[in-house]
Design a protein around this ligand. Structure first.
Ligand code: C2O
Ligand code: CU
Length: 491
């Protein structure tokens, strides 16, 4: 059937502008949920695993019978999943066979600055015919051609990280076209638990898109340079919900516990996830930065772009034959549905969620800390129309702060409209939201926090290693490309 799109444009949960597909859209819950393949190392040495990824264009059948050209890590959407051990170094040679420059960032990684994906540290394509690196002459980047090696020490606890493109001014269209994937870190603390694993530990990478009539992605880029058409500067949201690259997929499940690592990889769309057969409960076991101290139960899960929620769902309470739809309560119509679970097989299962998950604990807030405020607003005093931080559009030459290593600081994020705020290099704990206690989705180590309109969120943050230039930015990717990003330096 085709999409009947009634009244989707004005959704209370979204501030961005909806892009409608011209392609016929499939019936929901027919395509099986794909699982991104786990990447195999090409070589392994003491403490180090070496990988090679080719960034290339591929035509994928995302909508039945149509071809969608994507920009993919290994030609996939999402890219392959890295599944690595804490403390073992991952060295990835990225080869650019695309027609555009790229930059790879490991989101949530405690990464040396040279591998963090500074937006001007471009990897230029090797091919003869490629686009200009951008039409301004960008200063200050470490530019490589053909291939580039990124080194991730993974000296951090088990967590659900992801990697994605971070090219200056072009992150939004390049991630939209497919440059994103998962990077999971595991450790002994997590292994000691009897959480659901194997086929019952499943990533759910949620991303919305819109498709042109020929099956290609629709994206309202400006014709002659960076940025989106002005009416989309609030952010681009599409009318198709993909999970692991498939539209409204279905997953057959056993009567058992399942662990889902949920990533919102959308450019600008938020979701409030719920199950149709309430009162089903999401048992949250982890956040951006790994396991919580103890599980938290939610009836619905609000997830902003770039956030991760590690949750356990219990299907043992349902009879085989039961169907549960994962809904998005922030929208009606097709965008109000995400995927379906079909309970098929009765099994016995000895996995469980313990009362104590990890040694994580909220930190006290000592007095006398350095306090910085980051204001996320639209426009600046010079008539700049885009998005700014502390009144400044991103300038790679300007470091807005010098931050000493090994000292806790309190950072306040203050907004005009809704912004998911992300800090590179170090995770943080939310101290306060709107002057009172943290919200229901703020638990654990976070690297992205959804700051609502005209709100202030205070976090406790400490950078404990790596000196260099890093970023703080809005993870609404259209806001980011329209300059809502700032450099800071760890010293
Ligand atoms: Cu996920 Cu600087 O980004
Ligand atoms: Cu924003």
């Amino acid at each position: 059937g085709t999409l009947t799109n009634c009244g989707l444009d004005t959704s209370p949960g979204q501030t961005a502008e909806l892009l409608r597909s011209g392609a016929p859209l499939p019936e929901a819950f027919k395509v099986p949920l794909p699982i991104p393949p786990v990447k195999k190392p090409i070589r392994t040495a003491a403490g180090v695993d070496y990988y090679r990824v080719v960034q290339r264009q591929a035509d994928l059948e995302i909508l039945p019978g149509l071809k969608t050209p994507v920009l993919g890590y290994d030609g996939l959407l999402p890219g392959p999943t890295f599944d690595v051990r804490s403390g073992r170094t991952t060295v990835i040679e990225q080869v650019n066979q695309l027609a555009v420059p790229t930059v790879v960032h490991l989101h949530g990684g405690h990464t040396p600055a040279s591998s963090d994906g500074w937006p001007l540290d471009l990897l230029m394509p090797n091919g003869e015919h490629h686009e200009h690196a951008g039409h301004h002459n960008m200063p200050g980047g470490d530019v490589k051609t053909g291939s580039r090696t990124y080194t991730y020490p993974n000296t951090q606890r088990a967590a659900t990280l992801w990697y994605h493109d971070h090219r200056m001014d072009y992150t939004a269209p390049q991630v939209y076209r497919g440059l994103f994937g998962l990077h999971l870190i595991r450790d002994a603390e997590e292994d000691a638990l009897q959480l659901p694993g194997g086929d019952r530990e499943i990533p759910l990478v949620i991303a919305d898109r819109a498709f042109a009539a020929d099956g290609s992605f629709l994206y309202p880029a400006l014709k002659d340079g960076p940025g989106v058409e002005p009416e989309y500067m609030e952010g681009v949201i599409g009318d198709v919900i993909l999970v692991n690259g498939a539209p409204w997929p279905v997953l057959e499940v056993d009567t058992a516990l399942y662990r889902f690592r949920i990533l919102n990889a959308s450019n600008a769309r938020r979701y409030e996830l719920a199950l149709s057969n309430g009162p089903a409960t999401f048992v949250q076991i982890g956040s951006d930065g790994g396991l919580l101290g103890a599980p938290i139960e939610h009836q619905t899960l609000v997830i902003a772009p770039a956030e991760r929620f590690d949750v356990v769902l219990d299907f043992s309470q349902y009879q085989p034959g039961t169907e549960l739809t994962l809904l998005n309560k922030l929208d009606g119509g097709r965008a109000g549905q995400v995927m379906r679970f079909k309970v098929t097989r009765k099994v016995t299962d000895d996995s469980f969620v313990p009362e104590k998950l990890s040694s994580y604990a909220p930190l006290p807030e000592p007095g006398g800390l350095v306090h910085r405020t980051w204001r996320f607003r639209r426009g600046d005093a010079n008539g700049h129309e885009g998005w700014t931080i502390n009144g400044k559009p991103f300038d790679p030459e300007v470091m807005q702060a010098q931050v000493k290593l090994d000292q806790y600081e309190v950072w306040s994020f203050a907004t005009d409209v809704h912004h998911p705020v992300h800090v590179h290099l170090a995770p943080f704990q939310v101290l306060r939201r709107g002057g009172s206690k943290p919200g229901p989705y703020d638990a654990g180590w976070k690297d992205t926090v959804d700051v609502r309109p005209a709100e202030v969120v205070d976090v406790l943050i400490k950078f404990s290693s790596h000196k260099g230039k890093y970023l703080i930015h809005c993870h609404n990717l259209e806001h980011e490309d329209m300059a809502m990003m700032a450099g800071f330096e760890t010293i």
